[in-house]
Design a protein around this ligand. Structure first.
Ligand SMILES: [Zn+2]
Ligand SMILES: [Zn+2]
Length: 616
């Protein structure tokens, strides 16, 4: 006899849990110059291609819109942009993008060379006399005040380099470019967005045209397909369509309310996290949302993290801050009484809600939000325990990520910044080695980010690849040589002497909200059965079957399943379509035969319909 529907759904839940007038080529090389052969399908090749395409876009815009001012046009991940200002506050529209793209194709066809020239700042200022943004860049570079934005455009140094495509069109740039415009690959202009000059909210608002370019049509098409798929899966859109959560404007930017269906998924995620941590030897703590300023003075956050904190509140002659991190409070828990080496490793765990000030322009649904909950752990251990602790920590993290349906991972190991760090070189070396050894032992592919660690310790970041090939940085395992010092954390060792513990920060989801957003996009809203807000919907074929449908619901609910019923007042086909739109994993249809035999028809999401499945 076939397995009952209740046991199938329960099994699905269990399974989920387990588991100078010359082209660049003619350039005279100085002694010691680096020469690299760059092919179009490499990262560097795409960078050169995209940046060259940005020049062509600027040329097209200046031809089509006389008087247009242009500022900077770098290559970015997946494409390029250029910032413009049109006369009389004119803005670009969709049709403009089409005509700019058409003109760019003509320029590509004309196969104009990219001709490099070097000149003095005063000659460059004369050349760009009608381009105030270019003049500003030249002045900053020539006065030695250039910052990274400028030098990306133009390089640092005495002479200014420019590239000429036509007698009329010349641009400030340090290169390199493709040899000529005929060597561009296929490109597409994507959108226009406002962008402040130099990212300064008090500076003029320019118009940024984004484009993308690839080495061949297949690569471009694949990218455009991925973008369309990403748009279809956008968690902000799905959250509304599936009634999961919302961002009411009365609440303020970057703050969400969770509706019952979203809250159900979130609770399942959190319950799963709690179960795994309980089984993994973690101890649960709770800490408040506010703390006196003295705590953040002790932790140092008011020195190095103030910009990321909410403004202070004054009360009782004291100053309080919403907490941006849970770590200082977990240090207080450790310090709450004398600690013995026998208690170590001490693994504290909290679903701790933190508040961080993110600039309004950077907020993005659940991915960048101002109040969020970290699945936050702090582990205190002895130096001798650290390497084993990290190896088992990595196993734990990976096992939980896999249970949520991720299977493709990479990691980054960030190492010491020689210019800015606390802690001894010996401690850093041992820590970095422990992290590296854990990655090797687990067999996780990783890159070393030399000098990229925060000043207080090296770390591992784990990136997951989602269903459409995007990577998301989720989990972090981070050493901290700073907080144990600042909080004077100590334990009594086997030798009866006092020792300072090693402290590890570990976030697994990162934030519950962002992880939920990533999952929502990864699954395109079709959560696996164990985390779906509703696992099944029962549909009686006709009114005569409603009574039996209610019995089916009551039975499945008694087995702990999330099930509802929609009565027969609408046509069956319409109700089935509506259940599919709600992305419910199972639609259970009951008719005459089912009432007679205590069975049901099982219509699984994306699977074949099976009739006559026994209820019990
Ligand atoms: Zn350039
Ligand atoms: Zn922490």
């Amino acid at each position: 006899m076939a397995a009952s529907i209740g046991s199938r759904l329960a099994k699905a839940a269990v399974a989920a849990v387990i588991d100078g007038e010359q082209s660049d080529l003619g350039l005279t090389l100085h002694d010691g110059a680096h020469v690299a052969i760059i092919t179009a399908d490499s990262d560097e090749g795409r960078h050169v291609l995209r940046h060259s395409t940005a020049h062509v876009m600027a040329q097209a815009v200046t031809q089509l819109f006389p008087g247009a001012k242009f500022s900077i046009g770098p290559a970015i991940e997946d494409g390029f942009y250029y910032d413009f200002e049109l006369p009389d506050g004119r803005t670009f529209n969709e049709a403009d993008l089409e005509s700019i793209e058409a003109r760019m194709r003509e320029i590509a066809k004309a196969d104009q060379p990219f001709v490099r020239a070097e000149m003095s700042a005063s000659d460059a200022l004369a050349l760009f006399a009608d381009q105030p943004y270019k003049c500003e860049i030249i002045e900053r570079v020539s006065s030695g005040a250039a910052d990274n934005d400028d030098s990306a455009e133009i390089g640092r140094g005495e002479t200014i380099t420019v590239y000429r495509n036509t007698p009329e069109f010349v641009d400030l740039c340090r290169g390199p470019h493709v040899p000529s415009t005929g060597r561009l690959g296929p490109f597409k202009l994507m959108k226009v967005a406002g962008a402040y000059w130099r990212g300064n909210e008090k500076a003029p608002m320019l118009q940024r045209i984004y484009g993308t370019a690839f080495e061949n049509k297949a690569a471009l098409d694949e990218h455009l397909h991925r973008l369309a798929e990403a748009e279809r899966r956008d968690h902000r859109k799905l959250a509304v369509e599936l009634d999961l959560l919302s961002f009411p404007h009365e609440l303020g930017a970057g703050l969400a309310v969770w509706h019952p269906k979203g809250a159900t998924v979130r609770k399942l995620m959190e319950d799963y996290s709690r179960d795994r941590h309980a089984n993994g030897g973690y101890q649960f703590v709770f800490t408040p949302h506010l703390a006196n300023a003295t705590l953040f003075q002790t932790s140092g956050h008011l020195d190095f993290y103030k910009d990321g904190m909410y403004p202070p509140m004054e009360m009782d002659n004291g100053t309080y801050y919403p907490k941006p991190m849970n770590c200082p409070m977990h240090c207080l828990v450790f310090r709450g009484r004398q600690r013995s080496y026998r208690e170590l490793p001490l693994r504290l765990y909290e679903l701790g809600t933190v508040y961080r000030y993110e600039r309004a322009g950077t907020l993005h649904g659940l991915m960048r939000i101002r109040g969020f909950t970290q699945d936050d752990s702090h582990i205190f251990c002895t130096e001798d325990q650290a390497a084993d602790e990290i190896a088992s920590l990595l196993d734990f993290v990976m096992s939980v990520l896999r249970a949520f349906g991720f299977h493709d991972f990479t990691a980054n190991l960030s190492t010491k910044d020689p210019a800015k760090h606390v802690g001894s070189d010996q401690a850093w070396d041992a820590a970095t080695e422990a992290l590296r050894a854990a990655l090797e032992k687990y067999g996780l592919p990783y890159k070393i980010k030399e000098g990229d660690a925060a000043f207080y310790g090296p770390k591992i970041d784990i990136d997951v690849r989602d269903a459409i090939g995007r990577t998301w940085q989720l989990s972090t395992i981070q050493y901290d040589f700073n907080l144990p010092e600042r909080f004077e954390l100590e334990y009594v060792g086997a030798d009866n002497a006092r020792h300072r513990p090693i402290m590890l920060h570990r976030a697994l989801f990162g934030s519950v909200e962002r992880f939920f957003g990533v999952l929502l996009e990864h699954y395109a809203g079709a959560f696996p059965s164990w985390m779906a807000p509703l696992q099944a919907r029962v549909l009686p074929v006709a009114a005569a079957h409603e009574e039996y449908a209610k019995q089916v619901v009551a039975h499945l609910r008694s087995e702990g399943l999330r099930v509802d019923v929609v009565d027969a007042s609408d046509q069956l086909g319409k109700r089935i379509r509506s259940a599919k739109l709600d992305k419910i994993p199972y639609v259970l249809v009951v008719g005459d035969d089912d009432v007679a035999a205590t069975t049901l028809g099982v219509n699984p999401r994306g699977g074949e319909v099976e009739r006559g499945v026994p209820l019990h």
